[in-house]
Design a binder for this molecule. Structure first.
Ligand code: G1P
Length: 297
């Protein structure tokens, strides 16, 4: 039996400049799709994959995230008094038990690899997961759970993967495919944000990883990579060079890039349409709006 994956790192130190001014005073991870913050989707997915310890790598100005996961006694008391059982249940999902969640500060924005490395002492010698909350994945079986199941057979490292248009490779970590086995891919190398001409494929890493502690050791030896940052992709590439197995996993599900405004809006619409209490009204509105836009063109 492999060691179970029970720890997950959530890098949430980014400034969220693409969503200014909204993110001037609230962390972008609190921005909500309908009524659930991005971070709640990430936490729910991790829980369903068997994660027990949640490690947040934060930065200055992310206090609202800590409050979000804390209990809210006044609010709870009020809801109990009013007998609002549904809302109390909803609140429960956002409350973490003491000791279940840990916050570490990344003092300088040195890149994703560095952010993950900040958690090295808590990870010690176990395989662990990394979830980037910007990547929201709607799936019948949550993406990380799919990966944990596949990992049972493969071991090593695993990266969620998805084909992207060749013109978009410069926005992703790109996999060099050594052997394509369908949903699983044996990875022969990885490059962070290559131009289309230099990209080894158009299979991109998406924000879910299962990694070995070796990857953290590798980060410690890295020089700055793409964008002048310490890149997680480079540390995984080093793991391949050192002979470690790395697999790409083509997950089932729809990924939304909630780090971009267009992706965030698409996710908002998709999640709203999946809610019975909102669907009809929103559909009518969309049909009318599109028709009147077309008519005006
Ligand atoms: C990060 C990773 C990149 C990966 C992407 C997935 O990039 O560095 O390898 O493909 O997430 O969303 P970022 O989007 O933070 O620039």
């Amino acid at each position: 039996m492999r060691k179970r994956i029970t720890k997950a790192i959530f890098p949430v130190a980014g400034l969220g400049t693409r969503f200014l001014p909204a993110t001037k005073s609230i962390p972008k991870e609190i921005l909500s799709l309908v009524d659930r913050p991005l971070i709640q989707y990430a936490i729910d997915e991790a829980r369903e994959a068997g994660i027990k310890e949640f490690i947040f790598v934060t930065s200055r100005g992310k206090g609202a995230l800590e409050d979000y996961f804390d209990s809210a006694p006044q609010l709870e008391q009020l809801l109990r008094k009013k007998n609002k059982k549904d809302l109390l249940e909803t609140l429960k999902r956002s409350t973490m038990d003491s000791g279940e969640i840990v916050y570490i500060r990344q003092r300088e924005a040195l890149g994703l690899g560095h952010a993950v490395w900040c958690a090295r002492r808590l990870i010690a010698n176990e395989p662990f997961a990394v979830i980037l909350p910007d990547d929201v994945i709607a799936a019948e079986k949550p993406c990380l759970k799919q990966m944990v199941e596949a990992y049972e057979n493969t071991g090593g490292c695993m990266v969620a993967a998805m084909e992207v248009p060749p013109s978009k490779t410069s926005a992703y970590g790109i996999l060099d495919v050594k052997e394509d086995m369908g949903s699983l891919v044996k990875v022969g190398g990885m490059v962070e944000k290559p131009n289309q001409e230099d990209a080894p494929s158009n299979l991109a890493a998406i924000g879910r990883y299962i990694l070995t502690p070796n990857v953290l050791k590798n980060v410690g030896t890295l020089k700055k990579g793409a964008g002048g940052e310490i890149q997680l992709t480079d540390a995984i590439a080093m793991e391949i060079e050192n002979g470690g197995g790395v697999f790409g996993f083509r997950f089932d599900g729809q990924r939304y890039d909630c780090g971009s405004k267009a992706g965030f809006l698409q996710a908002t619409i998709a999640f709203a349409l999946s809610r019975p209490e909102l669907r009809d009204e929103l559909m009518d509105f969309m049909v009318e709006t599109v028709a009147s836009r077309r008519a005006a063109q």
